[in-house]
Design a binder for this molecule. Sequence first.
Ligand SMILES: NC(=O)C1=CN([C@@H]2O[C@H](COP(=O)(O)OP(=O)(O)OC[C@H]3O[C@@H](n4cnc5c(N)ncnc54)[C@H](O)[C@@H]3O)[C@@H](O)[C@H]2O)C=CC1
Ligand SMILES: O=C(O)[C@@H]1CCC=N1
Length: 272
Amino acid sequence: MSEPDTPRIAVLGVGAMGTALLTGLLQSDRPARISVSDRSAARQAEVADEHGVAGLAAADAVADADVVLLAVKPQGMAGLLAEIGPRLSSGALVLSIAAGLTTAYLEERLPDGTPVVRAMPNTPALVGEGMTAVCAGAHATDEHLDTAQELLGTGGRTVVVPESQLDAVTAVSGSGPAYVFYVADAMIEAGVLLGLPRDVATELAVQTLYGAATMLSRTGEHPVLLRERVSSPAGTTIAALRQLDEHGVRAAFLSALEAAAHRSAELASEQG
Ligand SMILES: NC(=O)C1=CN([C@@H]2O[C@H](COP(=O)(O)OP(=O)(O)OC[C@H]3O[C@@H](n4cnc5c(N)ncnc54)[C@H](O)[C@@H]3O)[C@@H](O)[C@H]2O)C=CC1
Ligand SMILES: O=C(O)[C@@H]1CCC=N1
């Protein structure tokens, strides 16, 4: 990097996830010179104005960047790589968060020897509680992995995994927040069904999810143990859990995450 303390970072694609990561970067005390680029000129201008960063065309944004964060949909990646490849500065780290696209897929479409790190973050990065897994491509060193973890760590926790595990990671933590929001919605609906005002049902459900997640995180205790402590003999909880079992909710989760991992693996081959 040209100046180790102030890396120049180009964020290409400032939709849901690009903006979440940008927010983490800007809220951290880590100095960085950031530019953003989006195919939608309106979106680019909106994000650049709101966050006080430069909005540039992708090829211009990467020209002097130390780190290029690719945050576009897998379907748009090949076109973007063709656009930026010739303008990448030598030694720049390319950090992709696209689901399914392997480091080999990215390397094939970038100048020879480009260091690539593939990452799978999640949207709670927006509130500093993200979970990101990273893996190194063929030309990425431990230092590149450290840089990626430092940058993505501004939005929460990070872990290094072998690339063979990235599809499973995507199923568990990448897509994971959506399952939690789904459960939240279902609990709120159930509260309304039972006669609670919607705002009360929402507060009860949200704080319960937050409290339960905090217990899991802080105590490190197994979820089964925590669940058993809620379940009194012949009580209300065991009556509810029986219904979840009878409706196959555990099996549905296993199938759902299997489908997500399968879909992740499919995405690269679909891009041709
Ligand atoms: N949304 C999520 O929870 C997560 C998403 N991801 C990955 O992040 C990537 C982005 O996903 P989202 O933010 O959800 O999508 P999104 O649709 O919200 O954002 C994508 C942005 O990229 C822009 N874009 C498209 N082509 C472009 C190009 N050639 N140059 C510049 N900008 C371009 C679009 O205008 C849009 O603003 C995907 O590859 C996805 O797999 C990874 C982890 C979690
Ligand atoms: O649904 C998707 O494909 C992306 C990847 C993980 C979360 N959202």
